[in-house]
Design a protein. Structure first.
Lengths: 68, 456
């Protein structure tokens, strides 16, 4: 099991991997430690989500992939 | 009214001028107050200056409950119950700040600043996308009113609009919100809000600020110290030597205030003599005020109360206080301080120092008051003490319906206490309205002025 990600440290532009295999880029962070706003870069389960902006739950973020 | 509870004839007997101690110390009556007063009346929530930008919020209170005063992304002001719809956790645990969302730390439900539920963890997996988010937004007040920067709200959709709730009392409320030069709403608040707890029922401070001038002896030591802005007393009180001193009640609304009514064409005595710059500013404002307000400029504000729990202190110092109930035996006081927006920084700084000397938990005058309220409450809780009512007989029967002096009519039911020195006229009015709220089943029973107007 991977280490939990401290999402309060994720700034705009950071790319993250999600638990369902999707990837997303942080758009903004309200710093509540629970949610970030992010844009989907890939979504194998639901390709229609790519490009859309959603609130991503902290526990759905499994890995930081790069970016700022 | 079909369901009389005996508040008027038993616990609140205004014909005899007696009020039972039970209404200050009885748990059952207190629980009923929360429902019948605080869930139905208009309550002061804060000031627009506390939330100037989109996303700004300030956590306030209505009755016992925490509410969030915030400005959404579109700039609209809202007041929400600070409680997650999922399990009730506070969604905001800061006093103030700026945020795009209010997120519940318990299970993570998240709400936009317009109250809409936007974040639900495992929405797809656990709720199968079937939870109707539109039904689970933050609970919003039934009505909201912005008046000259102040923010008011009520939980009751049937309550009359705020300005109707005030009636003609708005003219006295304006004495707290207009600039000293008479400019409309020309005031701003000095950050931040002072908050503190006192061990007494909320009605002790409420009645005190209705215009209880009988307790002046309590402040004798402050007067001797001379904390006033001219170096003596606690305020500039020269007006007492020349003005009529009035207590004014609005029987159908429950609001009341004191005022000083100046004689026609008399110059205002000098004030703020401790600082030539400040004295000059207020002398200038007085000239401007007379030009703008005409005869009404003869009316100088004194402490008052907007029913049920908002206290006005319109002159020296200029403040608004809310008496938040925190159980039958405890009150949380929140006090906002006001200055003219257009005043020079030196004037604002001078006033800040003076205000803090006078009011708040460390203010010398407010400490005197708290000593009285707290010990009066403690000494009224006992089994024997509760058997004996308080006396509110002062000036009973000496009110005037149509008061006029030197050509100026004064709205409201007036008690001229220039010679009498003191009266409990305004205090009786607070409890008159209190009893009406406790008895009334709905606003149909409370908005009596509508019935009177329809009959005309």
């Amino acid at each position: 099991m991977s280490e939990p990600v401290n999402i309060r440290l994720l700034g705009p532009g950071t790319r993250v991997a999600l638990v369902d295999g999707a990837t997303a880029e942080i758009v903004s962070n309200p710093l509540d430690g629970v949610w970030v706003f992010a844009r989907y870069l890939s979504s194998p389960d639901d390709p229609a989500r790519v490009g859309s902006e959603e609130m991503i739950f902290a526990q759905d973020i499994v890995e930081i992939q790069g970016g700022t | 009214m079909a369901n009389r509870r005996g508040y008027d004839s038993g616990l609140v007997d205004l014909n005899a001028g007696r009020i039972s101690r039970e209404i200050f110390v009885n748990e059952e009556i207190y629980r009923e107050e929360l429902e019948r007063l605080f869930a139905r009346a208009w309550l002061f929530v804060g000031h627009e200056r506390q939330i100037p930008n989109p996303g700004d919020f300030f956590v306030s209170g209505m009755g016992e409950e925490a509410v969030i005063l915030c400005r959404d992304r579109a700039g609209k002001v809202h007041v929400f119950l600070n409680s997650c719809r999922h399990r009730g956790m506070k969604v905001c645990r800061y006093d103030e700040g700026n945020t795009p969302v209010f997120t519940c730390p318990y299970h993570g439900w998240s709400y936009r600043t317009d109250g809409k539920l936007v974040g639900v963890p495992y929405f797809r997996e656990a709720y199968h996308e079937q939870l109707d988010k539109s039904q689970w937004g933050l609970v919003e007040v039934a009505q909201l009113c912005l008046y000259k920067g102040t923010v008011w709200a009520t939980w009751d959709p049937a309550a009359p609009p705020f300005l109707e709730y005030l009636g003609d009392f708005v003219r006295y409320f304006d004495l707290s919100l207009d600039g000293w030069d008479g400019s409309e709403g020309g005031t701003e608040i000095l950050f931040g809000v002072q908050k503190w707890l006192i061990p007494c029922n909320w009605k002790f401070p409420a009645e005190n600020f209705c215009g209880d001038s009988y307790h002046n002896i309590s402040h004798r030591s402050v007067d001797l110290v001379g904390i006033g802005p001219s170096g003596s007393g606690r305020r500039d009180m020269q007006e007492r030597l020349m003005a009529r001193r009035l207590q004014i009640s609005f029987y159908d609304r429950g609001h009341q205030t004191g005022v000083y009514l100046f004689p026609k064409d008399q110059p205002m005595p000098p004030s703020y003599q401790h600082s030539p710059l400040v004295a000059e500013y207020f002398a200038y404002c007085e000239e401007e005020r007379r030009k703008r307000r005409g005869e009404w400029a003869r009316v100088i504000g004194s402490p008052g109360e907007i029913f049920p729990n908002t206290a006005l202190h319109p002159r020296q110092p200029r403040t608004i206080a809310v008496w938040h109930p925190r159980g039958v035996h405890q009150t949380e006081v929140w006090r906002w301080y006001f200055v003219d927006t257009a005043a020079p920084a030196e004037v604002k700084n001078f006033l800040r120092d003076y205000y803090i000397r006078y009011s708040g938990p460390a203010g010398m005058t407010e400490q005197d008051d708290m000593e009285n309220w707290n010990y009066a409450h403690a000494a009224s809780r006992g089994t024997i003490a509760r058997r004996y009512p308080y006396s509110y007989e002062q000036g009973l029967g000496f009110e005037t319906e149509r008061y006029e002096w030197q050509g100026l009519h004064i709205p409201g039911t007036v008690m001229d206490i220039t010679e009498a020195k003191s009266s409990e006229h305004n205090l009786r009015n607070l409890y008159r309205r209190w009893a009406e709220f406790m008895e009334a089943e709905s606003w149909d029973d409370l908005a009596t002025w509508r019935v009177a107007r329809a009959a005309e």
